[in-house]
Write a protein that binds this ligand. Structure first.
Ligand SMILES: Nc1ncnc2c1ncn2[C@@H]1O[C@H](COP(=O)(O)OP(=O)(O)O)[C@@H](O)[C@H]1O
Ligand SMILES: [Mg+2]
Length: 280
């Protein structure tokens, strides 16, 4: 399978109050067409910056991002982003109009009728048939994220960039959307880069899991997920990756001693992080 995305020696610095902050350093990553990759790491390790560099929203300090060999140094509809916030839809447009708007501005569908039909098919794909005339304020958080996914996919991007898209949802909705996304991915074969700081989500979703360290933001390790889909925390092999990721990320954060390791099976990464903040 060919590489759809090639990132070489990507470094991104920010200037903050006369200081240079190294958000990303020497990131090398090649992604094959149709892969589902999850990216995990502590808050501030550069996950969003990495997605923003791929999306073409940032000027790179060094290195390159190429999509099918072409330098991707500006935004394009071949790379669409879905964010964490539940306010990414236009509140004055209905579900159908939100999706059709993306199709219209990107000139993906030729006529108004075609764009309506295409919008309806993507709304159907994310399980929202019957909600076409609803406004965002009439939808639940999970439904809003479904619309955002439909809107991003409707323009048929090569790469779907997802920045903690389910991070604001409750556990039940998150689980439902994880399953939904897996099924959408299987149907569309779109390449997905999915940022999360939930370890369980990273293992369930990612066929490859990229763990990052912070300051400077680097790729710590890339894990080829050997567990076949559909994955659950009870899948054989899940606990090993779970342990590995906790150890890797915990060691990197400098916060995990031997005793905490015992608790890591039941403590979420977010909780670990909060504990550390409380402790320091
Ligand atoms: N526009 C910006 N200006 C200055 N610093 C930034 C900017 N965007 C991100 N950063 C810094 O870069 C680092 C990585 O941020 P980010 O990519 O948002 O991390 P993550 O998504 O992993 O939490 C952080 O230290 C953050 O403060
Ligand atoms: Mg982020």
């Amino acid at each position: 399978m060919k590489h759809v995305l090639t990132i070489s020696k990507l470094t991104k610095h920010f200037r903050v109050h006369e200081r240079t902050l190294i958000a990303l350093q020497d990131i090398d990553l090649s992604v094959k067409e149709g892969e589902f990759i999850t990216i995990i790491g502590p808050s501030g390790c550069g996950k969003s910056t990495l997605l923003r560099c791929i999306a073409g929203f940032e000027t790179l300090t060094q290195g390159s991002v190429r999509v099918e060999g072409q330098e991707a140094n500006r935004p394009g509809i071949d790379r669409m982003m879905v964010f964490q916030g539940l306010d990414q839809l236009f509140p004055w447009l209905t579900v159908l109009e939100n999706v059709a708007f993306a199709l219209r501005v990107t000139r993906t569908a030729g006529t108004k009728k075609k764009s309506r039909t295409l919008a309806e098919s993507y709304i159907n794909l994310v399980g929202l048939r019957g909600y076409e005339d609803f406004y965002p304020h009439q939808l639940s958080g999970g439904m809003k994220q479904r619309v955002a996914i439909a809107r991003a996919l409707s323009v048929q991007p090569k790469i779907l960039l997802m920045d903690e898209p389910f991070g604001s949802l409750d556990t039940f909705t998150r689980k439902a959307l994880q399953e939904e996304l897996a099924s959408i991915w299987q149907k569309t074969k779109v390449t997905v880069l999915f940022v999360t700081h939930n370890i369980e989500e990273a293992i369930i979703q990612g066929d490859r899991i990229i763990a990052m360290s912070s300051q400077p933001g680097r790729i710590l390790t890339v894990i080829d997920n050997p567990i076949s889909r559909p994955r659950t925390p009870d899948s054989p092999g899940f606990a090993d990756i779970w342990d590995d990721l906790h150890r890797l990320l915990g060691v990197q954060k400098g916060s995990v001693g031997g005793s905490l390791r015992q608790q890591q099976r039941i403590v979420s990464y977010e909780e670990m992080e909060t504990r550390r903040l409380v402790a320091t």
